[in-house]
Each structure stands twice: as C-alpha cells, then as structure tokens.
Design a protein around this ligand. Structure first.
Ligand SMILES: Cc1ncc(COP(=O)(O)O)c(C=O)c1O
Length: 357
C-alpha cells in the first residue's frame, strides 16, 4: 500500500555529492567556490537583528531584484529570486510543462533535470552530445521532432565545461517553438575574453529563460539563493502564481544582496579560480589524464589508460580528498574535479602522483 503518485513511486531521488563534516577533508566534489563569502555579506549576517525575523520577508525579494536588474542592465520585471537555482528549475516545470508534454535535455547533463521531470510526471527526451561534447548538428530539428515544450541546456556544460556561444543560443531560440532554458550555474567562470553575453537574448527572444545562482560564483551554496532572467511574460506567471508564498527568506535576501553588490570581490575569486583551473588542467594532462579546457569551476578528467576511475575516486577519499565519479555512460572513465584553492589542488596532485606511481 502506498499513497505516492505512481510517477513518484517509480522514480529515484537526486543523489547529491557527499557533504562530510570533517574540516580536514578537501572537498572538490560539488563545485563550491573555494574562497570565503564576501566581507560585505559576512557583515550583513553579523548586523542582522534577530527581531526582524518575527515578520515575513519581502515576498518578491525586491531589493535583490533591483540590484540584479541594475547589474544586468534590465528591469526588475525580468528577474525573479528563487531558493537556489534548483527552485527555478522546479518552477519552470510546474508552470510550463504539462504531464503529456516533453522536456528535452542533452545527455549527459545535470542529473537533477531527469529527477524533476519524474516529479512533474512529464516526458523526458535526452539528446546525446557528440564525442567531443559538442551539440549534434541537427539539435534544433531533434527538438522539433520530439515536440519539446522545454529544452534545458547547461552552459558552460556540466560536466564537460564546454561553452556554447551566445550566437548559437540565439539561433537555437529562434528555431525552437518551446522555451529554451539556459542554465548558467557556472557562467561566472567563463574567461572575460570570450565576451559571452547571454542576457541580451531575453530581450530578443520571448522564449529564453536564464538561470543564475549565488551558490558557485558568490560562495553561497549554503544560503540557497538563485535567480531567473527572462521576458516579463515568462517571469510573471512564476513570480505571481506558482512561487511559494515566501520562497526566499529574509537572511538569504540580505546576504544575497550584499554579495551581488560586492562585484569586485566576487570577480577576484572568479579570476583566481580560472587561473587555478588552467594550471590544474595542465598538470593533470602531464600526469596522463585527458582534460579538455573547461569554462567552469571544475574539470572533467579522463583517467590514464587502464586506470579505474571509481577506484581512484575511492583511493582519494581514503586520503580525505573528495571528487565526483558518475556511474553513467561516457563518464565511467572520468572524474569531475572542482577547482579548489591552489593548496588544495596541490594536495590533490600530490595524492594522484603517489597513486599513479
Ligand atoms: C548545472 C547546475 N544547475 C543548477 C544548479 C543549482 O544550484 P543551486 O540550487 O545551488 O543554485 C547546479 C548545482 O550544482 C548545477 O550544477
């Protein structure tokens, strides 16, 4: 006897990366920012008056929306704040995808997408990426053939770190009749020289939604704060109809506001991550791994010939270094490694040196 809806009974839940509560552990498994929370956000936390928690928070997080709107040069009506980027994903499905409709994603991709599709009870259509992780040439046609209502693309791609250009996304949005959700959880780590500018797409295409998070670029994964950007016609139904009554709490709103307005600090962490990523990539390649250039705060490393990726991950765990292994097609010979501080990356490299010897 079960009270679960049939789709919930059948489904598997999301498996998050391990969160060990041991300060000695080097945690390179969930793509957190290795650098501290902005001083301004820390001060906002210290200055918080507990008495203010007696009241409900501003329901729409308007101060944050205004600050994010200013940063991106758009109107607050084009922005909604969410309890982590993950809440935005859930809201998009709840608001826009009926149970007989289809969500298209690439394979592989962020493993939460299929879980949310199962929860919603709608259909999933997975489109395989090419050998080099690029998009198949007929991707837009495949979306139309699958009659997809929503397509979710993560850019830079997880877990490969590959970047699609804004021109590609713009052409795809024009060719697709459903909603194109560009999940930009890792956008802050793209090199400025790439000149990647996706926000103008929301003006140009009424079917483009962009996901951003404070978890990675702003070192606030524990806070649970993200936001969506899109045409007002896409944002308003989620903002005024399907959102939880008070979906972001007062503490989160204040800290997220302080962090997003401290751009100089955030950008300094992104630059450090980029530099470490480039040197880690080089050093892993010289150890015999195959690592493609990544535009995110992680790299996907194919282990040297004849090595067992899962065994390597476990051996590192014994040495208190956590990295991520995915038991999935195309990923079983690879490890996803989040970029840590230089000291953490050096510890990882030393351990790998020993294990490969
Ligand atoms: C691709 C991708 N999208 C979205 C998220 C959501 O992040 P959060 O809910 O912490 O904002 C993550 C987190 O790992 C992610 O990897």
């Amino acid at each position: 006897m079960t009270y679960q809806r049939p789709n919930i009974e059948k489904m598997q839940g999301y498996s998050p990366g391990e969160q060990l509560n041991d300060p000695a552990v080097i945690k390179l498994n969930t793509n957190e920012n290795p650098y501290p929370v902005s001083e301004k956000a820390q001060a906002a936390l210290r200055n918080l008056d507990a008495a203010s928690l007696r009241r409900y928070p501003p329901p729409l997080a308007d101060d944050f929306r205004r600050a994010a709107a200013q940063l991106h040069g758009i109107s607050p009506d084009n922005i909604m704040a969410t309890n982590g980027g993950d809440e935005l994903l859930r809201l998009i499905l709840t608001t826009y995808v009926d149970s007989n409709e289809t969500v298209a994603v690439t394979r592989p991709s962020y493993s939460l997408y299929p879980v949310l599709v199962d929860v919603q009870g709608c259909k999933l259509h997975e489109i395989d990426l090419q050998e080099d992780w690029s998009m198949p040439a007929d991707f837009a046609q495949q979306l139309q053939q699958a009659n997809a209502k929503l397509c979710i693309l993560v850019n830079p791609h997880a877990p490969s770190g590959k970047l699609l250009s804004q021109d590609y996304l713009s052409e795809l949005a024009a060719a697709f009749s459903g909603i194109l959700l560009v999940d930009e959880a890792y956008v802050d780590f793209i090199e400025p020289e790439q000149n990647y500018q996706s926000v103008p797409l929301i003006d140009k295409h009424e079917n483009v939604l962009i996901l951003r998070t404070m978890s990675k670029g702003y070192s606030l994964a524990g806070l649970r704060f993200g936001y969506g950007l899109g045409a007002e016609s896409l944002i308003a139904p989620m903002l005024y109809k399907t959102r939880d009554s008070y979906n972001t709490d007062l503490i989160a709103q204040k800290l997220a506001l302080a962090a997003i307005t401290d751009q100089d600090y955030a950008q300094s962490t992104w630059e450090r991550v980029r530099q470490s990523r480039n040197s880690l990539t080089e050093q892993l390649n010289s150890l015999g791994f195959t690592v493609l250039p990544s535009h995110a705060n992680f790299v996907l490393a194919q282990v040297p010939d004849k090595m067992d990726a899962k065994a390597l991950q476990l051996a590192l765990k014994e040495r208190k270094i956590l990295i991520r292994y995915f038991d999935q097609d195309r990923l079983r010979d690879k490890l996803r490694i989040s970029i840590g501080t230089d000291a953490e990356n050096d510890r990882l490299l030393e351990a790998l040196h020993e294990l490969l010897a």
